[in-house]
Design a protein around this ligand. Structure first.
Ligand code: SIN
Length: 480
C-alpha cells in the first residue's frame, strides 16, 4: 500500500483512548487481489463493554465543555483528514476497492461533516415558550442524548462514520463505533487522527471484530447506550429495532434504497445519461442511493439507451489503484452473485442485454445495461447493489410515478425533465426522502440525507443531523 504516514495504518482497536490488542486478529483483504493487507484486533463483547464504560465516563465532561471548544477539536480533525487525504484514500481503496479518485472524494466528503458540525456545534438553540398560566417561565432546552452506539457499513468506510460521529460529538455525545469487519482500517485511521486532533480519551471508541452479532448485541442490550445509529440493510435494521426495544433506545437507521430514476421525453438525453452514470455506477453501484430502476419515457427511450450504452462501454474496469479506472472490484463474491442473478432474471423475463455483465477475474464485473426490463423483474423489486442498469419503458407521467412508488423502500429518487412544473409535481409525488432533479449526485454534509418507508428513520447531514443526537427538556419554573 502506497502511504506516506505508516502510522495511519493502525490494526489495534481504540478503547478508552488506548490502542488495544488482545491477541486475536482477523484478516482484512484487498478485494482487487484477494490478498490479506492487515490483521486487525478481533474484539468481543467484553471489549465492547469496556468501550461503553469509557464513553459513559467521558461524556458528561465533554457535554459540559463550551461548544466552541468542541468545535475546535472537530475543526482540527477536519484539517488533519484533508492533510492526510491521499494516505486515507490509499487505505480506503486497499480495503474497499473503489478507484482512488473516488476514495479521495470520499475523504473530502467525510471531512466535510467535521467542518459542517464544527459550525453547527455553536447553534444548538432552545426555546422560551409563552406560559399557559401567570407566574411561570417555560423553556425547552436541548441536551445530548448521551452515549451513542454506531454500526457502519463497508461501502463508504470513512464518510458513513464521519456522518454519525461528527454531529454526535459536536452536540456533546460520546460514541462507541463498530465498523464493518470488511473495512476496519479506515475507521482506525480516523481514530488515529481524532487522537492527534486532541479528542479527549473515551469519547470515540472503535471496537473492531468479526462477531457482528455479539458486538451488536453488546451495544443494543446495554442500558448505557442511549441511542443507536446504523447504516446498512433493511433486514438488519429491523433486527436492531427489535433488539433496541427493551431499552427503548433512540434510533437512526439509514437502510436499503432501490432508487427509481425517471427520464421524461423533454429531458436532454445526454445530460440524463451523464446523471444516470453517476447515480448508477458511483462506487460500482454499491451505494444506498444508487439508481436501481431506470424508467424511461417512450419518446426518449432509444436516444437515452444509446447515450448510456456508449458511456458504459467507455468505462475502464480494474484495480482502484490504477490510473483511469472508473469501476473497481465488487466487495466480495456474494455481491457479484447477487448482481449476476438480477441480470439473469431480467434477461430470462424478456429483457435484452445491450452491453456488459461479464464477471471475473475475482470479484470484477463489467457494468451491464439491459433494456425492456419488465416491471416485475428482480432488478426493479430489490436493491441490486452492483453495476447492473435496467431500463423500463413508460408512457405517461402517472405510470412513471406509480411504478416508482411501488416499493417498500423510499430513500432517493431522480428525475430528468426540462419542464419546471413537472419537476415540482413529480418530486412532490415521489415517496422518497430525497429527490435529485436533473442531477445524479445529491449527497452533501449540508442537507438532510435519509429515507421514508422501510428505508429507515432519521436524517444525517444538515442541521437535522444534529437533532438526532439531542433530547428536548422542558423546564417549567415558577417565578411568582
Ligand atoms: C450510502 O450508500 O449509504 C451513502 C451514500 C452517500 O452518502 O452518498
Amino acid at each position: 500500500m502506497n502511504i506516506t504516514d505508516r502510522d495511519l495504518l493502525e490494526t489495534r482497536a481504540y478503547i478508552a483512548g488506548e490502542w488495544h490488542r488482545n491477541g486475536a486478529a482477523f484478516p482484512v483483504t484487498d478485494p482487487a487481489t484477494a490478498e490479506v493487507i492487515a490483521n486487525v484486533a478481533d474484539c468481543g463483547p467484553s471489549e465492547m463493554a469496556a468501550a461503553i464504560a469509557a464513553a459513559k465516563a467521558a461524556q458528561p465532561g465533554w457535554a459540559a465543555r463550551l461548544p466552541a471548544e468542541r468545535a475546535a477539536v472537530l475543526r482540527r480533525w477536519h484539517d488533519l483528514m484533508m492533510a492526510a487525504q491521499d494516505d486515507l484514500a490509499a487505505i480506503l481503496t486497499a480495503e474497499q476497492g473503489k478507484p482512488l479518485t473516488e476514495a479521495r472524494g470520499e475523504i473530502a466528503y467525510g471531512a466535510s461533516f467535521f467542518d459542517w458540525y464544527a459550525e453547527e456545534a455553536r447553534r444548538i438553540y432552545g426555546e422560551t415558550i409563552p406560559p399557559h398560566a401567570p407566574g411561570l417561565r417555560l423553556t425547552a432546552i436541548r441536551q445530548p442524548v448521551g452515549v451513542v452506539g454506531a454500526i457502519t457499513p463497508w461501502n463508504f468506510p470513512n464518510a458513513m462514520i464521519a456522518r454519525k460521529v461528527a454531529p454526535a460529538l459536536a452536540v456533546g455525545c460520546a460514541v462507541v463505533l463498530r465498523p464493518s469487519e470488511l473495512t476496519p482500517l479506515s475507521a482506525l485511521a480516523l481514530a488515529k487522527l481524532a487522537d492527534r486532533a486532541g479528542l479527549p480519551k473515551g469519547l470515540l471508541n472503535v471496537v473492531t471484530g468479526l462477531d457482528a452479532d455479539g458486538l451488536g448485541r453488546a451495544l443494543t442490550d446495554s442500558p448505557d447506550i442511549a441511542k443507536l445509529t446504523f447504516t446498512g440493510s433493511t433486514r438488519i435494521g429491523r433486527l436492531l429495532m427489535e433488539r433496541c426495544a427493551p431499552t427503548v433506545k433512540r434510533l437512526s437507521l439509514e437502510l436499503g434504497g432501490n432508487a427509481p430514476f425517471l427520464v421524461f421525453n423533454d429531458a436532454d438525453p445526454e445530460a440524463a445519461a451523464n446523471g444516470a452514470m453517476t447515480a448508477k455506477f458511483r462506487n460500482g453501484g454499491q451505494t444506498c442511493v444508487c439508481a436501481n430502476r431506470l424508467y424511461v419515457q417512450s419518446g426518449i427511450h432509444d436516444a437515452f439507451a444509446k447515450a448510456l450504452a456508449a458511456r458504459i462501454d467507455a468505462l475502464r474496469i480494474g484495480p482502484g489503484t490504477e490510473e483511469g479506472v472508473a469501476i473497481g472490484p465488487l466487495i466480495n463474491a456474494a455481491a457479484v452473485e447477487k448482481a449476476r442473478a438480477h441480470l439473469e432474471d431480467a434477461v430470462a423475463r424478456g429483457g435484452t442485454l445491450v452491453t456488459g455483465g461479464e464477471t471475473g477475474p475475482g470479484t470484477f464485473m463489467r457494468p451491464a445495461l439491459i433494456r425492456d426490463v419488465p416491471a416485475d423483474a428482480l432488478l426493479t423489486r430489490e436493491e441490486t447493489f452492483g453495476p447492473v442498469a435496467g431500463l423500463v419503458r413508460f408512457d405517461s407521467e402517472a405510470d412513471a410515478i406509480r411504478m416508482a412508488n411501488d416499493a417498500e423502500t423510499g430513500l432517493a429518487a431522480y428525475l430528468y425533465t426540462r419542464d419546471l412544473a413537472r419537476a415540482a409535481r413529480v418530486s412532490e409525488a415521489l415517496q422518497t426522502g430525497m429527490v435529485g432533479v436533473n442531477t445524479g449526485l445529491i449527497s452533501t454534509a449540508v442537507a438532510p440525507f435519509g429515507g421514508i418507508k422501510q428505508s429507515g428513520l432519521g436524517r444525517e447531514g444538515g442541521h437535522q443531523g444534529a437533532e438526532e443526537y439531542l433530547e428536548t427538556k422542558y423546564i417549567c419554573t415558577s417565578i411568582s
